[in-house]
Design a protein around this ligand. Sequence first.
Ligand code: SF4
Length: 109
Amino acid sequence: MSQSISRRDALMQLALLAGGSSTLAAGPTRAASEPPHLMPSDPTAVALGYHADATQVDPKQFTNYKPGETCSTCLQLKGDAGQPWRPCNLFPGKLVSANGWCRVWVKRP
Ligand code: SF4
């Protein structure tokens, strides 16, 4: 009897480990209520030249880009300063990277 309980306990621990490893493999998760991150492949993002990492912007392709410009200094960015992903007036329902950039960047006064 005690052997079957031990086996059951072992199987339960394996199941818990398997569940935990799949969570780890999926990477960090966002809070369920947090809007999704804007993907650079989003059609509107493509149209506006959005990059999640402003250092990856090609200044030959986006001639109005100046090094150092990021969403974190843009007039259109909302939300709390210091947060890595924040709402933007141009992309409702999505979060943009504070380190991102798009062609309509306007310096926050
Ligand atoms: S409008 Fe400003 S905050 Fe929004 S994605 Fe473009 S650069 Fe970033």
